[in-house]
Ligand binder design. Structure first.
Ligand code: PBG
Length: 323
């Protein structure tokens, strides 16, 4: 006797599997992060992230010219002498990120340019906030600096700014600063549910943004908390975010799925540097099939509810699937 329901009937051929496929991955879903450094003719390979480099602005045009993904996410990585206790270089309208935005838009006006808005790359202590003398977050000047940085990016032509500092009220502060300046069309992609994660390790080498003392658990989400993450994300929606983000991606798919059910906004998931480094390391020793596992990871993130995935694999994956 066989069961009447044989689920594998729907899986018998590629054609039947195509018909019943619930989730698919497309180049349209992918956002490529790019690290930008000052100077000229400068490409610095990031040791912890094989295949990923920091680029000076003059090297961006050939890099973005033929991208087939719809969007890039820019990170400014200033030199050490530009970092101050009040992160002032992050607010410079002619600074590193505004220059990069203009350059990308010149070559590819059709490409969506999103910028990371945080202070950790610009403060001398590597924290995402401006701190008081007793090393507490000083919220008012922090929100002011984040809004000023977002304004500089928006004025240079960013399509969306992506605040990642996990400071309460940052979305509202940015939204009102942009609106006052008449930049009502610039969107806010909020790193709404960003966890205090060990998986950012390689990024901190990439962005030279490791905190000089303490850690980020005073402002980023505890990995043990799902409800708190949803609460935080919905506050960002109420403050006017246009997109929400969950970060990291694979270890937090439950949060992603729950947030998908709670909001009608589009959601991005950030497949972060440590997730990338793990796949690369496993592929390098021959433990996994690199391409297959990368695509499976991406598909899983979509299945859990992401509309877009920020990943260092974006361009490579886009080329695999559009061929
Ligand atoms: C800035 C920021 C971080 C990442 C994105 N924006 C690092 C952090 O919060 O420590 C991590 C990205 C990655 O690991 O790929 N605050």
């Amino acid at each position: 006797m066989f069961p009447t329901s044989l689920p594998r009937r729907n899986r018998r051929s590629e054609a039947l599997r195509r018909l019943s496929r619930e989730t698919s991955l497309s180049a349209d879903d992918l956002i490529l992060p790019l690290f930008v450094v000052p100077g000229r003719d400068r490409e610095e390979r990031i040791e912890a992230m094989p295949g990923v480099s920091r680029w000076s602005v003059d090297l961006l045009p050939p890099l973005v010219e033929d991208l087939c993904v719809p969007a890039v996410l820019l990170f400014g990585v200033p030199d050490a002498d530009e970092r101050t206790s009040c992160a002032s270089a992050a607010l410079d309208p002619e600074g590193l990120v505004p220059q990069a935005i203009r350059t990308v838009k010149e070559v590819r006006p059709d490409l969506a340019v999103i910028t990371d808005v945080c202070l950790c790359g610009w403060t001398d202590d590597g924290h995402c906030a401006i701190l008081t003398e007793d090393a507490e977050v000083d919220l008012a000047p922090t929100l002011d600096a984040l809004a000023g940085s977002a304004l500089a990016h928006a004025q240079a032509g960013a399509d969306m700014v992506a605040p990642s500092a996990m400071m309460d009220g940052q979305v509202a502060a940015i939204r009102s600063r942009l609106d006052e300046a008449g930049l009502i069309d610039t969107g806010v992609l909020s790193y709404a549910a960003k966890f205090a994660s060990g998986f950012y390790g390689p990024f901190r080498e990439a962005a030279h943004s490791a905190p000089q003392f303490g850690d980020r658990s005073g402002y980023q989400l505890p990995p043990s908390s799902r409800r708190e993450a949803i609460r935080d994300a919905l506050l960002d929606e109420a403050e006017g975010a246009d997109w929400l983000m969950v970060k990291p991606a694979l270890p937090y798919l439950d949060v992603l799925a729950e947030l998908r059910a709670e909001t009608r906004l589009p959601i991005a998931a950030y497949h972060v540097s440590g997730e990338y480094a793990m796949l690369e390391a496993a592929a390098r020793v021959g433990a996994i099939d690199r391409r297959r596992c990368v695509l499976e990871a991406m598909l899983s993130i979509k299945r859990a509810g992401a509309d877009a995935i920020i990943t260092y694999y974006a361009e490579e994956a886009a080329r695999w699937i559009s061929r």
